[in-house]
Ligand binder design. Structure first.
Ligand SMILES: Nc1nc2c(ncn2[C@@H]2O[C@H](COP(=O)(O)OP(=O)(O)O)[C@@H](O)[C@H]2O)c(=O)[nH]1
Ligand SMILES: [Mg+2]
Length: 273
């Protein structure tokens, strides 16, 4: 749920970039950072916890427009990708107002995308959030590469509700701002409703329709998963590129509980600026 400061008249909206490891979430934030006026954005923060392996996730605060006479800030956050960081993924997800699902379009990564998406759904259930009703945008990333998962496949497996999807090449900046605009467009009215008015429950019929569509996609995903288990190949990732122009501020956290409170604190600090 968005933070509101009634005294300074600021609203912070949390957008989480979710998706499997190396799908391009950080690349999205880096591109946004590099293209935005320093007055309209904060530092790109890179958060790490000293677990067995260092994990990173990123936070980029940006300013954008008004809701009534409240200034709107978006907190763009990424989640750590590795399978064993489910707990960290969950704490980043807590209180998300909108989600961008960044899928990796490389064919060998279809399973990773599907698994990660199922994980997203499960993690939200624990916060009593239904993925069918939270603002959600799909970004099918790495479209500049060869050997791609067709958009139709993605849509039938992940996107039975026909939500907005963007074909992107985050590395080249293609589709990055389009994605951000789309998720902002979907999230702002929901936040506005939550803060300034009654939240309208979707009609029962609409609820049922969405549930059915989602169930069908789930069954299809299971089928694809089973087929692909049989033909698992080695996965090749594209090489990491460092962008020397981007300065990242690193913050170390001591524990899982710390992550949540630190993220909250950072969000509130940015509201004062
Ligand atoms: N070819 C290509 N590579 C990309 C694209 N987006 C990200 N990458 C690369 O994929 C790797 C992982 O990206 P990163 O943003 O760190 O993934 P994250 O784990 O989701 O944060 C990096 O080497 C990126 O340069 C893209 O659109 N096309
Ligand atoms: Mg990352």
């Amino acid at each position: 749920m968005a933070f509101v400061n009634y005294t300074t008249k600021n609203i912070a909206i949390k957008i989480v970039y979710y998706g499997p490891g190396l799908s391009g979430k950080t690349t999205n934030l880096r591109f946004i950072y590099s293209k935005m006026d320093p007055d309209s954005r904060g530092d790109l923060l890179c958060l790490e916890t000293p677990l067995e392996r260092t994990i990173f996730f990123d936070l980029l605060p940006i300013k954008a427009g008004l809701i009534r006479d409240f200034r709107v800030h978006f907190q763009l956050m990424t989640v750590p990708g590795q399978v064993f960081y489910e707990a960290s993924r969950k704490s980043v997800l807590k209180g998300a107002d909108g989600i961008v699902f960044v899928a990796d379009s490389q064919i060998p990564l279809l399973d990773a995308n599907l698994e990660n998406f199922d994980g997203l759904r499960k993690n939200l259930v624990d916060f009593n959030v239904d993925l069918n009703f939270i603002p959600l945008v799909f970004q099918y990333n790495k479209r500049d590469l060869d050997n791609l998962i067709p958009v139709e496949t993605f849509n039938s497996l992940l996107n039975p509700l026909n939500l907005p999807y963007i074909e992107s090449s985050a590395l080249n900046g293609e589709g990055v701002f389009e994605t951000l605009k789309q998720i902002a467009k979907m999230t702002v009215p929901v936040v506005r409703e939550k803060i300034f008015g009654e939240k309208k429950e979707p009609e029962e019929e609409e609820k049922e329709k969405r549930k059915e569509a989602v169930q069908k996609a789930k069954e299809e995903r299971e089928k694809v998963k089973m087929e692909r288990e049989k033909e698992k190949k080695d996965i090749e990732f594209v090489g990491k590129k460092k962008d020397p122009q981007i300065r990242m501020t690193k913050i170390k956290f001591q524990s899982q509980a710390d992550i949540e409170s630190q993220v909250d604190k950072l969000a509130k600090e940015f509201l004062k600026k």
